[in-house]
Write a protein that binds this ligand. Sequence first.
Ligand code: FES
Length: 147
Amino acid sequence: MAVKNIITVLKDGPLQVQGNFRVYNTIGELVEYEGEMLLCRCGASKNKPLCDGSHTESGFTDSCIVDSSKGETSEQATVLVISCRPDGMLVAKGPMIIVGTDGQSKVIRNKAALCRCGASRTKPFCDISHKKIDFKDDALLSKTEEQ
Ligand code: FES
C-alpha cells in the first residue's frame, strides 16, 4: 500500500497535514481536528501547534524544496504521529510524504524533525535554531497557567 500521509510545506505559511495522523501538543494532549490540519511553522501563532494566520502579520517568508535523495522507503499505510517537543520541533513518526513549497519536490520519510519556530536554516527540518532564538510555545504557557 502506498503512503497516504502527506505533509505539504506551504510557501510563507504553515505545514498542511493530510491523511491518517494524530497530533499531540507538548503536554501529550491529542489536538482535535477535522480533515486536514494546518500546523504553525513560523513560531508566531497564538494557538500553537495550530496555525492562526499570524505568519502574514509577522512577515514570515520561506520557500523550500525537499531533497528526495534523503528519502526512505515505506510501503506502510499506518498512522503518522506528530508530537510537539516543549519549546522545540515537531517530531513526526510514521510513513509520510513531505512536499516542498514548489509542490513538486517530495521525499518519503518514516521519521522527521520539523521546524515550528521559523528560524531553521534547513526548513522544513529543524536545525536546533529554536535554542538560539529561545523559542517558546506561548500557547501552552497560557494554557497551563489557566489550569
Ligand atoms: S523548531 Fe525551528 S529550528 Fe528547531
